[in-house]
Design a protein around this ligand. Structure first.
Ligand code: AMP
Length: 403
């Protein structure tokens, strides 16, 4: 029997898992700072939800879903993304917005695995529903930017575009289709068949990008309300001091995406996998899954890629390593007292040599070492160069001022 995890999945242990906990903890902090409470939805949903919510002609739905039939004959799918489930839960709750929700959890897509592209990967994200104004878009974009900055993603860039709406987009799509039709002989094999079905998606193709530099951009064809919305989003971001650049090629090829589209890029990652997250306004999504009109905006960030890009060092999670000169039982009793005083303590329970115990303290990066001596009731506490002898009951207070 092989002990390897399934292809495209990973086992993540310490010390890397410490960084994961720091990053996910930071996520919770920023979601709270912006007022997005946690919403937890199932990891599997009816397949139909993703077909309608992500789109039947998307790669995610046609090629990447983990779909199975349960014992009751229902077609279910492991969620490939978080938005559809959250919007479904919002509609099911009957809530009237403005409504905010954040999520954090694993997503599943059958992709060709490589660094930063996994079959099980973790996304955090927010959805802000029943909101139409540009300030909502700007708040959402700012939240992602602040969080990614806090977790030390280097070379972070926000890329922005507007996709228009049902009024102005059809006219633009027609102009784009005509432009692409003239370029047929230089388009790649994947793009050719979608020129007529979904020309917007061709703009997104990295292979075709070099031959499409002069393609018409949506932002030059926006109707007045959309142009106004876009201008306000940009003004808000300037006011919030969130730097961004515009890119007419940033599209989300689904019909329900409207107006604002954005992406967060870590320029130190390989170009093909350097998007750490993306989002946009999706005024038509709730209706496309069969609900009422509920305009909204949100994003999803890929934590696997954030971890790859981040220059942050994981927080040391051991406050005290207990070194015992008098055997493991005495050490365990002292550890228990310190743990009940709120210190994070590790120790050797196997009665190994004192030098080996000191080595273990070093390896873990313990912030303090407490030595239980062979005789006497007091313990020896060491933080850096400083040392003191005291009863176990005094250690927590003494360390509080020093750690
Ligand atoms: P999407 O839901 O496709 O808009 O993706 C949002 C973000 O999730 C991307 O920018 C990536 O950071 C991350 N992501 C998407 N697919 C994967 C994957 N297969 N493996 C790792 N991260 C992913």
């Amino acid at each position: 029997m092989s002990f390897r995890p399934p292809k495209g999945t990973d086992d993540i242990g310490a010390p890397e898992s410490n960084l994961w906990r720091d990053v996910l903890g930071e996520w919770e902090r920023w979601a709270d700072l912006f007022g997005y409470p946690l919403v937890m939805t199932p990891i599997f949903e009816a397949t139909d939800l993703f077909e309608r919510g992500v789109g039947t002609d998307t790669e995610v739905v046609t090629k990447q879903m983990y779909t199975f039939t349960d014992k009751g004959g229902r077609s279910l799918t492991l969620r490939p993304e978080g938005t559809a489930g959250v919007v479904r839960a919002f509609l099911d709750s009957g809530a009237k917005g403005p409504w905010k929700g954040s999520y954090s959890g694993p997503m599943f897509r059958h992709e060709r695995p490589q660094a930063g592209r996994r079959r099980q990967f973790w996304q955090v994200g927010v959805e802000y529903l029943d909101v139409e104004g540009p300030a909502a878009d700007a708040e959402v974009i700012e939240l992602g930017y602040r969080f990614l900055t806090a977790v030390e993603v280097p070379g972070l860039k926000v890329i922005l575009n507007s996709l228009g709406d049902a009024v102005c987009r059809p006219g633009y799509v027609e102009i784009l289709r005509r432009y692409l039709a003239e370029k047929r002989d230089v388009l790649c094999a994947d793009s050719l068949p979608i020129v007529d079905v979904n020309p917007l998606r061709v703009l997104d193709c990295s292979v075709c990008a070099p031959v499409l530099v002069d393609a018409p951009g949506m932002k030059d064809h926006l109707c007045e309300p959309c142009a106004d919305h876009y201008t306000q989003v940009k003004k808000s971001l300037e006011g919030l001091e969130v730097p961004f650049s515009e890119d007419a090629r940033l599209v989300r090829g689904l019909d329900y995406y409207t107006r604002t589209a954005f992406e967060y890029v870590a320029t130190n990652l390989e170009a093909a996998q350097n998007a750490v997250g993306g989002g946009g306004r999706y005024d038509g999504l709730a209706e496309s899954i069969g609900g009422r009109r509920a305009p909204g905006v949100g994003f999803a960030l890929g934590v696997d890629r954030i971890i790859l890009a981040s220059t942050r060092k994981p927080e040391v999670r051991v406050d005290v390593y207990l070194v015992s000169e008098s055997g493991p039982i005495e050490a365990l009793i002292a550890a228990s007292a310190l743990r009940r005083d709120g210190l994070r303590v590790d120790l050797d329970t196997e009665g190994r040599k004192v030098e080996a115990q000191f080595k273990a303290a070093n390896r873990l990066g313990a912030r303090a070492v407490v030595v239980v001596p062979e005789d006497g009731d007091d313990v020896d506490v060491r933080v850096g160069e400083e040392r003191a002898r005291m009863p176990v009951a005094s250690v927590a207070k003494w360390l509080e001022e020093r750690l």
